[in-house]
Write a protein that binds this ligand. Structure first.
Ligand code: NDP
Ligand code: GDR
Length: 361
């Protein structure tokens, strides 16, 4: 009998990699997608199976983390062995603009799923994975950060995720459920959302290279992050649900770079050397011909910033036998390559008189 998994947030970066990973392992995969006025399934279209196909193993359901009754109905219908709770308003900067919605989806959402498991009497059958985050460490209390490092969240997103973290621990302790947190540090890929800093950089540099955009505007260039590859990290999400006992794990590469270093690395991939001048909000990056291609815009500063994150994944290495396979350079090269390819498509579109759109978010 195939195992059954349910993924919330299946249309997101991690959801798409995880769905592919589980399908390759022989799972029947159910995913929850939100209703949208436009198609929002780009990342999983290659996995789509027609509803009329016999033996369909990838099945989508409409639902929302703010809608308990839909969640209960989907879990009742699918009877999953494993639930991967990846759905969230996942943008830290946006959470300052939509704090209440972020709390509803990111804090109460996981509670709704956990309660659904209980209401349906599936506590002993269904294993639960919560997408926790290094943002919990916020104003860091210890370097590097590990499972025992105290939390100090610095955004409505991180505060909501802190509730989610503890409610997962609480349901494990109170009801004996197999429920665990993966405390994942930043992970990226060619399908990373376009407004997260890595993708914003690779996308913009590709467009600048082809003359589709003139300048890349960024916020805090000094922020330090521990960046891994999403493809590596979803394997760990699965491993965490295959243990004898549910436990929480930090997942990270243990190497840290600044946003400025990410720009340098991505630019180098397409033959551009960035020369930096100025400081703080006046800092600018120039190409070899003296053209300004990067500038700081305080619009992208956050009301409270997380300056530095560096993870220690020793526990995962030891207990799960997990190790990241894809390094920083390879990650940047892959993202740059894919964004160059899509900029080339846009260039072609523009050449034929159509509008190739640009944005700076
Ligand atoms: P994405 O933003 O790419 O994906 C988020 C997913 O959640 C999308 O499928 C989105 O749907 C869905 N979603 C958002 N709000 C709701 C809602 N109210 N109801 C149902 N679905 C909703 O995030 P990632 O894939 O990068 O991250 C996955 C999870 O891991 C998130 O919970 C994130 O907070 C967490 N995380 C991510 C890290 C990272 O570096 N990527 C690190 C640590 C934790 P739609 O496509 O319609 O927008
Ligand atoms: P983060 O990722 O906040 O770490 O959350 P993001 O890529 O948005 O920011 C990383 C750092 O870069 C700085 N920065 C900018 N960020 C964005 N988005 N846009 C800019 O123009 C810009 N300029 C500088 C930020 O200030 C920040 O310091 C991600 C999300 O995936 C969360 O869901 C997840 O929990 C954490 O990673 C771990």
């Amino acid at each position: 009998m195939s195992k059954v998994a349910l993924i919330t947030g299946v249309t997101g970066q991690d959801g798409s990699y995880l769905a592919e990973f589980l399908l390759n392992k022989g799972y029947i995969v159910h995913g929850i997608k939100r209703r949208s006025s436009l198609f929002n399934t780009n990342r999983i279209d290659h996995l789509y199976q027609d509803p009329h196909d016999q033996d369909r193993r990838f099945i989508l359901h409409y639902g929302d983390m703010t809608d308990s009754s839909a969640l209960i109905r989907i879990i009742q219908h699918t009877q999953p062995d494993e639930i991967y709770n990846l759905a969230a308003q996942s943008h830290v900067a946006v959470s300052f603009q939509e704090p209440e919605y972020t709390a509803n989806s990111d804090a109460l959402g996981p509670l709704r799923v956990l309660e659904a498991i209980r209401i349906l009497g599936l506590e002993k059958k269904t294993r639960f994975y919560q997408a926790s985050t290094s943002e919990l460490y916020g104003l860091v209390q210890e370097i590097p950060q590990k499972e025992t490092t105290p939390f100090y969240p610095r955004s409505p997103y991180a505060v909501a995720k802190m509730y989610a973290y503890w409610i997962t621990v609480n349901y494990r302790e109170a009801y004996g459920m197999y429920a665990c947190n993966g405390i994942l540090f930043n992970h990226e890929s060619p399908v990373r959302g376009e407004t997260f800093v890595t993708r914003k950089i690779t996308r913009a540099l590709a467009r600048i290279k082809l003359g589709l955009q003139t300048c890349l505007y960024l916020g805090n260039l000094d922020a330090l992050r521990d960046w891994g590859h999403a493809k590596d990290y979803v394997e760990m999400q699965w491993l965490m649900l295959q243990q004898e006992q549910a436990e929480d794990f930090v997942i990270a590469t243990g190497v840290q770079y600044s946003v400025r270093e990410f720009v340098n690395a991505a630019a180098a991939e397409i033959g551009i050397t960035v020369r930096w001048e100025g400081e703080g909000a006046a800092e600018k990056g120039y190409d070899s011909s003296g053209k300004c291609i990067v500038a700081v815009d305080p619009l992208y500063y956050r009301p409270a910033e997380v300056e530095t994150l560096l993870g220690d994944a020793s526990k995962a290495k030891e207990k799960l036998g997990w190790q990241p396979k894809i390094g920083f350079k390879e990650l940047v090269a892959e993202m740059m390559r894919e964004d160059l390819r899509s900029a080339e498509r846009d260039e072609l579109v523009k050449k034929h008189g159509y509008h190739a759109f640009d944005f700076h978010e």
